[in-house]
Design a protein around this ligand. Structure first.
Ligand code: PGA
Length: 253
C-alpha cells in the first residue's frame, strides 16, 4: 500500500516571516500526517529556519536542487551533503524549470539524482513533456527517455525510496492542469517502466502529479489509482490551499 505524499515546492518565494507563518499554519493541522506524508521544499536560504521550526515533527524538508559536486569552487551551488547536513531528507531533481531555464540535460539530471541518493537524500525526480511534445504525440517517448536516463545512472534500487513526479511542462504555473485521466495514463506508463525493472519496486514507488494542482482539482486527480499525491507549486504558498490539497489526498485514500 503506497502512502500518499504531498510536497510543496515554494520555488524562489518567501521571506523569513512568510515562511514562519506558513509553516506555523501547517503545523496546526499536523493531525493530517496520520494519513499523508508532507514535505516542504523552501528556497535554500530558508531551509535551516524551516527545519528548526519543524523539529520533532514528521514533516520532511527538501531542497529544490543540488549541485553535481560535494564541495569546491562552484560559486552559487549548494551540494547534497550540505542539504543533508542541514537536516533535509528530500531533494527535487530535474524540475522542468531547471531543465528548461537552466539547461539541465537528462544526463545532468541523472547524475544529480544518483548523487542525491548517495548523500542520503530521497530524490523527487521530475519528468514531463512540453506542450509541443504532447501535440506531437511524444509524451510517452519523452517521459521514458527522461526516466531511463535516471535509471541507467542509478539503477532501480533508488526506488521506492526515490519518488517520481510527473509534471507536464504545459501545466506548470499555467492554471491549465492535466485532466485526471491524462495524468493517470502517464502515471501507469511510468509505473510499468519501473515494474519492468523490478515488479515490487514499481508497485511501491510513489508517483506524484504536479502542474497547477489546487483545491478544486486535487480531489479528482487523487482519486486516480496511480496518482499517489502531488508536487505543489503556487498553491503551496497559501496554507489554506496547501492544507486542503493535503486533505483531498487523505479523502481519496
Ligand atoms: P504549480 O507548480 O503547482 O505552480 O503549477 C508545480 C511545480 O512546478 O512543481
Amino acid at each position: 500500500m503506497r502512502r500518499s505524499l504531498v510536497a510543496g515546492n515554494w520555488k524562489m518565494n518567501g521571506s523569513r516571516s512568510q515562511a514562519q507563518n506558513l509553516v506555523g499554519q501547517i503545523l496546526d493541522q499536523s493531525s493530517l500526517l496520520k494519513a499523508v506524508d508532507i514535505v516542504i521544499c523552501p528556497p535554500s536560504v530558508l531551509i535551516s529556519q524551516v527545519i528548526r521550526q519543524l523539529e520533532g515533527t514528521e514533516i520532511g524538508v527538501g531542497g529544490q536542487n543540488l549541485g553535481l559536486h560535494a564541495e569546491g569552487p562552484y560559486t552559487g551551488e549548494i551540494s547534497g551533503p550540505m542539504l543533508q547536513d542541514q537536516g533535509c531528507r528530500f531533494v527535487i531533481v530535474g524540475h522542468s524549470e531547471r531543465r528548461h531555464l537552466f539547461g539541465e540535460s537528462d544526463s545532468v539530471v541523472a547524475k544529480k539524482t544518483a548523487f542525491a541518493y548517495s548523500c542520503g537524500l530521497r530524490p523527487i525526480v521530475c519528468v514531463g513533456e512540453t506542450l509541443q511534445e504532447r501535440e506531437n504525440g511524444e509524451t510517452f517517448k519523452v517521459v521514458e527517455r527522461q526516466l531511463r536516463a535516471v535509471l541507467e545512472a542509478t539503477g532501480i534500487n533508488i526506488f521506492p525510496e526515490g519518488i517520481v513526479a510527473y509534471e507536464p511542462v504545459w501545466a506548470i504555473g499555467t492554471g491549465q492542469t492535466a485532466a485526471p485521466h491524462q495524468a493517470q495514463e502517464v502515471h501507469v506508463f511510468i509505473r510499468r517502466l519501473l515494474e519492468k525493472q523490478q515488479v515490487d519496486v514499481g508497485t511501491e514507488t510513489r508517483i506524484l502529479y504536479g502542474g497547477s494542482v489546487n483545491n478544486d482539482n486535487a480531489g479528482d486527480l487523487f482519486t486516480e489509482e496511480d496518482i499517489d499525491g502531488g508536487l505543489i507549486g503556487g498553491a503551496s504558498l497559501k496554507a489554506t490551499d496547501f492544507l486542503s490539497i493535503c486533505r483531498a489526498v487523505t479523502q481519496s485514500c
